[in-house]
Design a protein around this ligand. Structure first.
Ligand SMILES: Cc1cc2nc3c(=O)[nH]c(=O)nc-3n(C[C@H](O)[C@H](O)[C@H](O)COP(=O)(O)OP(=O)(O)OC[C@H]3O[C@@H](n4cnc5c(N)ncnc54)[C@H](O)[C@@H]3O)c2cc1C
Length: 318
């Protein structure tokens, strides 16, 4: 069975959920081999093996973490040349997509970004994507080179399957050109105790309808263990940081549950959340466009609805 390379997204060896999703998908295409960049593989190998990684290629070279994405793309392209994998899967994060784009050019291959499903198809890989703000579902196959696919977080439920997890060190000569942009400083994001927006299984968002008070939105999110998101109107008003913006020019989320509160449902907002599995909206205007795409809609004032919903969730959790 051909190998499928899975780029491991991790923080100091703590493997992110999207990586376990990619390993789950990789098993449909061949034998998953995780590609781990960094020095903390000991912290990661158990998780990678438990989601089916037969091999774990470790690229433990300072230049891969000191510089931006170019060295990682170069290292992956060397692995692709050596292993001739059936496909390369990456998370459809900003970094994952940039690595994928560079890798596609280096290996003269086809790249598909923002896939929401991946299947084996003949000799290749077929994907499903959601396009034009979720109004179209597109099936695509890579017809040239090694299929490189960036998959949206939350597209599949991660399933465990024991893999051998054999660790193999790989060293790759990185070109001077790839080292032309260097990371000069980094600091951990301030912890909110909430999940990362793009990875969260539940996202509770607020818009202009909050009038700047996100406390009910945040309390409801916390009762569900959800991430908090916001419309552009809310972040442009300075009510929430820009990193919380969901939409065309913000983050793309695809959680199991998306709850939009006081958000009208403009096309640019939909573009970032329409692939959510279940969509719920609270809006006091029963003609708000958001109601066109919801699975469940509540017509009402979020300031009255959300506290009741929060109380009910808290009560049921016991
Ligand atoms: C190039 C471009 C890119 C853009 N990118 C994005 C993007 O990435 N993300 C994004 O979100 N937008 C984006 N926008 C902006 C987008 O067009 C909308 O202006 C924006 O999404 C509106 O935000 P909103 O729904 O919070 O506000 P509004 O459209 O003002 O809607 C507020 C809603 O709240 C409801 N409401 C008011 N009070 C209450 C209450 N007490 N309880 C319940 N409901 C209430 C109202 O009925 C209304 O439906 C972009 C626009 C452009 C031109």
């Amino acid at each position: 069975m051909s190998e499928v390379l899975v780029y491991v997204d991790h923080v100091d060896g703590a493997v992110t959920k999207p990586t376990t999703e990619l390993l789950t998908l990789a098993r449909r295409l061949g034998e998953p081999s995780a590609v781990f960049v960094g020095s903390a593989v000991d912290a990661a190998k158990e998780t990678l093996a438990s989601f089916g990684a037969e091999k774990i290629y470790v690229l433990d070279d300072a230049s891969l973490s000191e510089y931006l994405v170019a060295p990682k793309a170069e290292a992956l392209s060397a692995l692709v040349a050596e292993k001739s994998p059936a496909a390369v899967l990456l998370p459809a994060t900003t970094e994952g997509k940039e690595i994928g784009g560079r890798l596609a050019i280096r290996t003269d291959s086809g790249l598909i970004t923002d896939a929401v499903d991946v299947e084996a198809s003949g000799d290749g890989v077929a994907t499903t994507q959601s396009a034009f703000a979720g109004n179209f579902t597109v099936s695509a196959t890579v017809t040239k080179g090694t299929p490189i696919v960036a998959v949206k977080p939350n597209s599949v439920a991660p399933e465990q399957a024991a893999g051998a997890g054999a660790v193999e060190s790989v060293s790759v000569e990185i070109s001077a050109g790839a080292k032309s942009a260097k990371i000069t400083d980094s600091k951990p994001r301030e912890k909110t105790g909430r999940p990362e927006l793009t990875e969260a299984a539940i996202v509770v968002s607020g818009g202009r309808g909050t009038s700047g008070d996100f406390s009910q939105v945040e309390a409801f999110a916390d009762s569900l263990g959800a991430a908090v998101g916001a419309s552009r109107a809310a972040v442009d008003s300075g009510w929430m940081p820009h990193a919380f913006q969901v939409g065309q020019t913000g983050k793309t989320v695809s959680p199991q549950l998306y709850v939009a509160n006081g958000i009208s449902g403009a096309i640019q907002h939909r573009a970032g959340m329409q692939t959510s599995k279940t969509i719920v909206a609270v809006n006091k205007d029963d003609e708000a466009p958001i109601f066109e795409l919801v699975d469940f809609g509540v017509v009402g004032d979020l300031k009255a609805v959300l506290p009741q919903a929060t109380d009910e969730v808290t009560k049921r959790k016991g």
